[in-house]
Design a protein around this ligand. Sequence first.
Ligand code: OGA
Ligand code: MN
Length: 310
Amino acid sequence: MNELIYTDKAEDQFMKTFKYYKSNSSPPSLDEIINIDVNNRTDKVLLLSPNNLKIEDTRTKQLGLIEPKHWCLYSFRDHPGLFLIRNPFTSHGQRYWIEKCLKIYPRKPNKRNIDIETSVDDWWEACHLHGQCDKKLLKKLRWSTLGYHHNWDTKVYTEDNKSQFPEELSVLCDIVAGYLGYVNFKAEAAIVNYYHMNSTLSAHTDHSEVNLEAPLFSFSFGQSAIFLIGGTDKTTVPSAILLNSGDILVMSEAARLCYHAVPKILPSVSSPWNDDDGINDDWHSFEEYIKESRINMNVRQVLNETQCSL
Ligand code: OGA
Ligand code: MN
């Protein structure tokens, strides 16, 4: 009996931190959160200097990225295999990806949480018919899956449940993977998550992929998030990392199968999607959305290198 109680307590560590940061009734202190920008945790974060940047990649500009030699790459002392690239996107690049996530990626045949209640092909268009904005429908979209569709019930990917993976997102991942020395990475599945200011994502590991050696790439846009990452079970106290618009988090090696969660969305202190003067009228509706939402593109390789199907 004592043992059981002890085990329960040990398992609570992740949940305890999750509840602490999630709470609205007693707002959490943000002091312990690792914030790359203010360099507040030099004991926990290391700035790396990758040495494989000799090759110029002409594709970066088209995808809204600044030159890789100017990227800032960080690692985390307590989380080997976890990397953060601090917003390598231009302002135009941020708008490009936000638009893709809102206008293109939620379109059929991609799968969406809203499929159980609506058959609209083009969610963004349906939200903006006749110059009006259907706020209710806008708030309903929580995820869209691309490539091999994540099956939320069985957690199993199958060959008969997949659609084409977007080429530009695949190239974006190639560039980021190459920068980190992963030259054989293939983007084959993605979950695009849509968060509102009160949304959370509970503790989980991503283990459905056949290939668990390949890294996972996570792109954040819009409002900020407190991201928790712990160990391979829930007994360790997780670290809290602030993710801002444009940040790329990479979960590889020992971090690939660690528990993680998003207990809170925080208002962003800046709006890097609006930092230049190249904005046109079309952008307005996207801006309205992103000023109170966060988008996360979570990209995985599914197959082993020797496999070409499941
Ligand atoms: C996921 C995930 C984290 C995030 O989609 O599996 O962990 O930052 N997302 O939204
Ligand atoms: Mn995840």
